[in-house]
Design a protein around this ligand. Structure first.
Ligand code: NAI
Length: 308
């Protein structure tokens, strides 16, 4: 099956690389607006195929969407990333125009496509894709929770001094520094609640470090991260292409779930061959419910800046 990745920059190329390395897709098409850039990234990646042992074919194009025709999944990473000190929300002015145009081109050539939205501010960009693509809501999935949960698990394992494979945890709500909601009440170490092992101060640190996970990397790198975002997208793409039905927190259009409607926010869902198969309703504590509602309000304010 064919996967299109729009934006051959840091996140797009990393995501194409992880998809190819896992060898579950027949073809990955990279699209970029910068002349020759996607073609160059594709060629470079293809030259790793014999070294890394994959058969996925990677091609690149400078804006020729006919090459993306018949894609099962398209990932939108096109747009600008944040610089140190910026919030994701500040990117809306430039990225909204790019995401809208890219979506129209994708749907024109692949009417049955499932779109994964990565460009920031991601919850608002996912909402924009819902409002402008005409696709059913099951086929538009925002990537944020998969990455933020991976960052949560990294911080939990660090605090617990435990291998990462022993810990489990999930981040829901908004993909923003303030709106992220790491579900500490549900986090476990081999099935045992992590609150058994961590002090209140350690808990507060883990939550804070998770929420500013992206900002910390932006400060260190001078631009936003790409390895973990690329890996997170590849897990979502694989769950669709291989119909794995993994439960992954994703930014989805809500219709009453978690008390919200007409908004894209991070919630756990089963992801399979048709996209979103089911939104999973987990019981939140009263404090978590209030934080979820607060995050929704902030995302709604940002959505208000969109022009369709
Ligand atoms: P980048 O600057 O390395 O790559 C973006 C690419 O998009 C560039 O190559 C650029 O030429 C291309 N582009 C711009 N306009 C285009 C158009 N109209 N059509 C096709 N390509 C176009 O940026 P990076 O680091 O890859 O980040 C991409 C986006 O992903 C940013 O908005 C960033 O904030 C977001 N991001 C989201 C994450 C998430 O968890 N949802 C995690 C990391 C980044």
């Amino acid at each position: 099956m064919k996967v299109t990745v729009v934006g051959a920059g840091a996140v797009g190329a990393s995501c194409a690389e992880y998809i190819a390395m896992k060898d579950f897709a027949a073809e990955v098409v990279l699209v970029d607006i910068k002349e020759g850039f996607a073609e160059g990234k594709a060629m470079d990646l293809m030259q790793t195929a014999s070294l890394n042992g994959f058969d996925t074919k990677i091609t690149g194009t400078t804006g020729d969407y006919s090459k993306t025709a018949g894609s099962k999944v398209a990932v939108i990473t096109s747009g600008i990333p944040r610089k140190p000190g910026m919030t994701r929300e500040e990117l809306i002015g430039i990225n909204a125009g790019i995401v809208k145009e890219v979506t129209q081109n994708l749907v024109k050539h692949s009417p049955d496509v499932i779109i994964i939205v990565v460009s920031n501010p991601m919850d608002t960009m996912a909402y924009l894709v819902h409002k402008t693509s005409g696709l059913p809501k099951e086929r538009i999935i925002g990537m944020g929770g998969a990455l933020d949960s991976a960052r949560f698990k990294y911080r939990l394992a660090e605090a617990l001094e435990s291998p990462i494979s022993d810990v489990d945890g999930m981040v829901i709500a908004a993909h923003s520094d303030t709106g992220m909601l790491p579900l500490f009440s549900k986090a476990t170490r081999n099935g045992v609640p992590v609150s058994e092992f961590l002090s209140d101060e350690q808990k507060a640190n883990v939550i804070e470090e998770t929420k500013i996970g992206g900002a910390t990397l932006t400060k260190l790198l001078g631009t936003s991260a790409w390895y973990a975002p690329g890996a997170a997208v590849s897990v979502m793409v694989q769950s669709i292409l291989c119909d794995q039905k993994k439960m992954i927190p994703c930014s989805l259009m809500l219709d009453g779930e978690y008390g919200e409607s007409d908004i894209c926010l991070g919630v756990p869902a089963i992801i399979g061959k048709d996209g979103v198969e089911k939104i999973v309703n987990i019981t939140l504590t009263e404090e978590e419910k209030a934080k979820f509602a607060e995050a929704a309000k902030a995302v709604r304010d940002v959505n208000g800046d969109l022009k369709f």
